[in-house]
Write a protein that binds this ligand. Structure first.
Ligand code: IDP
Ligand code: MG
Length: 134
């Protein structure tokens, strides 16, 4: 199985609620490896770049308001099939539908404030890691 790198981010709700350690712990215990981490605020330009695929969607104004509302913790994680493994650990986009045992299933209720972002493919991971880590 291929070694992959993926981009994971604790969103403003997760940072505000003190869930950074819980999120990191879940990825560590799974066996993924933390490679890079930074704490930053996302401005509108960065939000539009990161969420380019969503800028025309109806929910984008709400997403923009949310993702720029406070600091985030951006990370690079590595490991075997890291992209899909991380998505499994995160759970479904809507925390109401996310399975128990997943980050979103255990810790969230609202679809916008869903605690964590994770790349959805190796191509997205490469693009997103470049945006946040150069
Ligand atoms: P993902 O984070 O599971 O990959 P995406 O479809 O890429 O989900 O959506 C990006 C983010 O936009 C979600 O994580 C969530 O914060 C927000 N979002 C997605 N769909 C909706 C919606 O229908 N209403 C409000 N916010 C949404
Ligand atoms: Mg996505």
């Amino acid at each position: 199985m291929p070694e992959e790198n993926t981009f994971i981010m604790v969103k403003p709700d997760g940072v505000e609620r003190g869930l950074v350690g819980d999120v990191i712990s879940r990825f560590e215990r799974k066996g993924l490896e933390l490679r890079q981490i930074r704490h930053l605020n996302i401005d509108e330009d960065l939000a539009r770049t990161h969420y380019a695929e969503h800028v025309e969607k109806g929910f984008f104004p709400e997403l923009l308001e949310f993702i720029t509302s406070g600091p985030v913790v951006a990370m690079e994680w590595a490991g075997e099939s890291a992209v899909s493994v991380a998505r499994t650990i995160m759970g479904a986009t809507d925390p109401k539908q996310a399975a128990p045992g997943t980050i979103r299933g255990d810790l969230g209720l609202a679809v916008t404030q869903n605690i964590v972002h994770g790349s959805d493919s190796t191509e997205s991971a490469e693009r997103e890691l470049k945006i946040f880590f150069g």
